[in-house]
Design a protein around this ligand. Sequence first.
Ligand code: HEM
Length: 395
Amino acid sequence: MTVQSQIPVSDIDLFTDDALRDPYALYAALREMGPVVHLPQYDLYAITQYAGVREVTMNCEVFSSAQGVGLNDVFNTATRGNIINSDPPEHRVMRQVLQRPLAAEKLRDIEPLLQREAAAVVNRVLASGSFDVIEELAQHLPLTVVSKLVGLGDYGRERMLDWAAAAFDALGPMNERTAAALPKAKEMVDFALSAKPDTLDPDGWAAALFAAGEAGELPAEKCPVMVQDYTAPSLDTTILGIGSILWLFATHPDQWEKVRQNPALIRHAINEGLRLESPIQLFCRVATEDHRLGDVTITAGSRVMVLYGSANRDERKYQNADVFDVTRKASDHLAFGAGEHACIGMTLARLEIRLLLEQLVPRVKTFELGDGERMLNNLLRGFSHLEMRAILDDE
Ligand code: HEM
């Protein structure tokens, strides 16, 4: 006979300003309570530890995305059927088409373009002495991808960042932040629905989506909204990731020196930075049947919240989990999710970060941190502003 335990209950609120600024002590407390903790304030079951988050995300039959991966019904209902809010087989049809330009061999073709852009933006910020990491450095490659590769040109570019952040805020619980974001997220959807194939770069990823729709590979009416799958989840995520990784290096000069001594560590440093400061902290699923996780049972119909940000700092999985160590080989972190819905843009995101670091590593001796401001977003983590001065080798 198996022993059945009660699911622990907590009134920890992960969505206050203070919690968003620094959630790690709260995550640690939740992990200590158990792999599943009920948060009655939001009627959510938090999945707190690495093993549980991996188990839930790998099992999309039991833990469905089709009722929405957000924490409120308005967003979940409005975005039903989007790739992220769907289950197989509907999900696979969209994913197969969307991921085509993001395959490793396709990315090899665009690497020279991104490398030139990375060199240009790094030359610019290094020449200017001190710079805002987010606005002047981190935004450049993700926005270049949207305008030149997705093929949207400058159309909507100035609103894109605002919309992308709102799209993540709008997934939160029904708080003020969510309420303020919902109209902006709707604006983004309306903009996407107004996209006409003839305004797109004919060689771009968006045009290829419409072509796949016309060829009957996926329902044509899904195409306008699917264009957003190349914009909404690709901007802030990568931008915040770049910002946090440079912040980690600025605050850990010994780790920067290690990478300078051995640039082969760059790819481990990228995983380590994303593990420690995961740009997306959480998403939800809904249990379709009773499921036992550890020694508790999650009942059918429960909304569970997978805490990627907590899983990635779980001491049960990573020794000295709060320590930034560029020699750690953390490629199994969950910052890109796992399973059926694992990020389709992870190879591109890693490429963009690597190209920037490859420009900085040979030239920057050390970084001096200036003022920084955290972005307070229901799902995202990172800086909205981060001033930095790069001290160069020849200074
Ligand atoms: C550092 C950068 C990024 C991070 C941390 C990140 C993180 C994630 C995570 C955690 C998921 C899993 C969603 C789930 O579990 O339900 C996801 C899915 C997704 N990501 Fe990313 N992402 C990044 C960059 C990108 C880029 C560059 C693109 C597109 C070019 C992209 C497009 C998507 C899409 C379309 C999905 C949904 C996949 C599906 O539902 O099958 N992401 N991402």
